[in-house]
Design a protein around this ligand. Structure first.
Ligand SMILES: [Zn+2]
Length: 258
């Protein structure tokens, strides 16, 4: 037990060192949109490592679940045409229904969310929404807005703690949510997944609004406005020759692994 605490501490120190390096080796532009993807990815990787050390976000390591997430992630990445990000999807062990993005194309997904989704397509629609926040660089803009670029890039350990807190409870504004929804609808279509799955998901979330397990879920944390979002998702018209291809996974078996 003590040995594992010591190991965690050493890893923590190592991660702090990495973040410090990631911050200090570069100069940063005033506008977060000008930060190179490469720098964003380095920062993101260090933050993912840090978040996974938190007992609330322990990595859930299971071969079947990992490979299912990879199947869905590959399908979605195949639908992206000119992304500069190398996506990494990480499952963490939590009954909370939750998913969030960390800079650099990192998307964290809870086991609770996987259990909540009745089909792999539903999970794909959440992942596509999160990929929208990545591609539109919403996380970085949010962090800069909350903390300012100077503080954000100081590498100070208190700042790092604050950033970690913000990343795991990020809420976006209404416009960013709508952009991510629209991005998701297009991406689902390009990935041969029915875009209206997004509406199905919103309807389910609406029914569960009082569920305590859902209170950190970023998709609904600030502006749920489900009626509007359901209407938007339903009015999205895929191309006439659109044909959905089912994601071939034994979903019940995968959920059985949770
Ligand atoms: Zn969102």
């Amino acid at each position: 037990m003590q040995r594992s605490i010591l190991r965690d501490l050493l890893v923590l120190l190592g991660v702090f060192g990495l973040i410090w390096l990631a911050f200090s080796l570069f100069s940063y532009p005033e506008d977060p949109q000008l930060l190179s993807i490469e720098k964003e990815e380095r920062l993101g990787e260090a933050y993912v490592d840090l978040i996974l050390l938190n007992p609330m976000f322990r990595e859930f390591e299971n071969r079947q679940v990992d490979s299912a997430i990879r199947v869905i992630g590959d399908r979605l990445e195949g639908g992206l045409h000119d992304s500069e990000y190398n996506y990494r999807f990480v499952v963490f062990d939590s009954e909370m229904i939750n998913a969030f993005t960390v800079p650099g194309g990192n998307i964290l997904i809870s086991t609770g969310l996987i259990g909540f989704c009745d089909t792999p397509e539903e999970l794909a629609s959440v992942m596509a929404h999160e990929m929208g926040h990545v591609e539109e660089r919403h996380v970085l803009s949010r962090l800069v807005k909350e903390l300012g670029i100077e503080i954000l890039t100081s590498g100070d350990q208190y700042v790092i703690g604050e950033v970690t807190g913000l990343l795991t409870s990020t809420s976006f504004d209404r416009k960013q949510e709508e952009e991510a929804d629209l991005f998701a609808a297009h991406l689902l279509e390009e990935s041969a997944i029915e875009p209206r799955t997004l509406a199905t998901l919103f309807r389910k979330l609406e029914e569960e609004m009082d569920n305590e397990l859902m209170k950190h879920f970023e998709i609904i944390s600030t502006h749920p406005n489900f009626r509007f979002r359901i209407r938007e998702a339903l009015s999205f018209k895929p191309a006439e020759d659109f044909e959905a291809k089912p994601i071939e996974l034994d979903w019940e078996e995968i959920r059985g692994e949770l």
